[in-house]
Design a binder for this molecule. Structure first.
Ligand code: AMP
Ligand code: ZN
Length: 139
């Protein structure tokens, strides 16, 4: 449940330092070393999973359970106006570290981070097909 080549596993093992802000039996949270904004931090499971779909439900739930209280603390501490919760899976989606992590990224007016959301339009035929294919996968 640990990968000797994984930088986040090394943080969990105490082999690499971090600016820890929260810890429990299943989860560690610390400040991102390359912050996009003041207070940018990461929540990680203590066990090594590359992407979120690999996680057992209870492990994922333990990580998500930290999101509300840590968001509240980070936003109170930084005075940010809002925040994004981000979780990248695979390189194509921007994942650079292959150990599941949830970003909390404080946001402020004029922070220059931007947000690209080029919305398309969902037609009924596509929706119906996707709905049944996903339902089939869920079983
Ligand atoms: P992602 O692109 O979603 O994989 O994000 C990886 C994040 O991990 C980046 O925001 C990095 O700045 C951050 N990061 C990488 N190494 C460390 C480290 N040693 N301590 C804290 N954050 C790190
Ligand atoms: Zn790892």
């Amino acid at each position: 449940m640990s990968d000797p080549n994984c930088i986040f596993c090394k943080i969990i093992a105490g082999e690499i330092p971090c600016w820890k802000i929260y810890e429990d039996d299943h989860v560690l949270a610390y400040l991102d070393i390359g912050p996009l904004s003041e207070g940018h931090c990461l929540i990680i499971p203590k066990k090594h999973y590359v992407t979120i779909d690999q996680m057992p439900t209870d492990e994922a739930a333990a990580c998500m359970a930290v999101v509300p209280k840590l968001s509240k603390a980070v936003i109170a501490a930084t005075g940010a106006a809002g925040w994004n919760v981000l979780q990248n899976n695979h390189q194509v989606a921007g994942q650079a570290v292959d150990h599941v992590h949830i970003h909390i990224i404080p946001r402020n007016d004029g922070d220059g981070l931007g947000f690209r959301w080029p919305a398309g339009e969902l037609d009924a035929e596509t929706a119906k097909s996707l709905q049944s294919k996903i339902a089939e996968q869920l079983g």
